[in-house]
Design a protein around this ligand. Sequence first.
Ligand code: TTP
Ligand code: MG
Length: 363
Amino acid sequence: MVDSPPLRKIIHIDMDMFYAAVELRDRPELRGKPLAVGGRPDSRSVVTTANYEARKFGIHSGISCAQARRLCPSCLFIAPDFKKYQQVSEQIQRIFREFTDLVESVSLDEAYLDVTRNKKNEPSATRLAREIKARIFAVTGLTASAGVAASMFVAKIASDARKPDGLCVVRPEQVMAFIRPLPVLKIPGIGRVTDARLRQLAIRTVADLEKKPLEFLEKEFGKFGLFLHDIASGIDERPVTPWRQRQSYGAEETFPRDIPEKEPLLEFLQECAQRVFEELNEEGKRARTVTLKIKYADFQTVTRRRTFDIYLASPRDIFRAVQDLLERTEAGRRPVRLAGISLSNFQEQKKNAAAAQPVLFKS
Ligand code: TTP
Ligand code: MG
């Protein structure tokens, strides 16, 4: 007889209205008022997120700030402070690792944790989720929502089900009842394009999808059909993959306005170098390859890459390389819409290697 693997216990954590929550924590006088994080409404910038008061007016991530103001003229706009969000993100990452190293970070405010085995030796994932939420609140003053399930996609949908400050546990025997009524658009991995195609096939909910045979879905969607079929059967065997195994680390941004000059670009790239280096350093890694990405105002995108013989040991090394790479683009002559850098080609460092060196001389 073959033993089936033990059921996995996965927690998905997602911070509530993340950027807005950070801003409201630091400016409590604004609480209760509709608020969007984004540039000025007369600029080209978009809303990164909005608090629940603003969402009532239809304001959400991705719409232009100008449109947001039309929807709610009294809405307040706060410019994003990415450094601050990055710092909070690092705090929550550290909390996750108090529980397990099997953490897959999806974005600054969102991660999957496989707690089947965990550092607390706690068998109840529900209790762990409660504890993680409490730790996050104690350390950052912010609320998170958690979903608990045996697979990643169910845990993710569950974390969204009781927002804000929610905790939703979906046991294996409850999975089908939980997902059947959902519109397919709620499934992570199904975007607007697939949703539109599914609608043409009269598939709106997971229950509709469940009725379609695998052959039909494969004929319509190719390999993706198998994914759809699995999901509709509640199956998702993707493992939680810690981001130690990531192939590259990067930072990039679309600017609120196109940048015609080189100087502000360099300033921005210097900050990127710092950010990416810190991220990598935290993971105990060094990189040998630097890639610069530039998107011009007309959306043409170019990348310039250089691999070094030695590992880049400081933000300054990275920035110097980026400066050279920028010379090989038309930045400064053509307006730039987006810039960013990424690092790859890693070597793992032994953490605290220096501290572990034997002492040769004692004074
Ligand atoms: P989300 O988790 O999607 O949203 P949220 O945390 O603001 O709200 P919710 O309570 O519904 O989870 O995204 C996390 C942060 O990422 C968000 O605060 C701002 C940023 N973001 C963008 O900058 N652009 C986007 O299009 C989205 C969706 C998010
Ligand atoms: Mg969130």
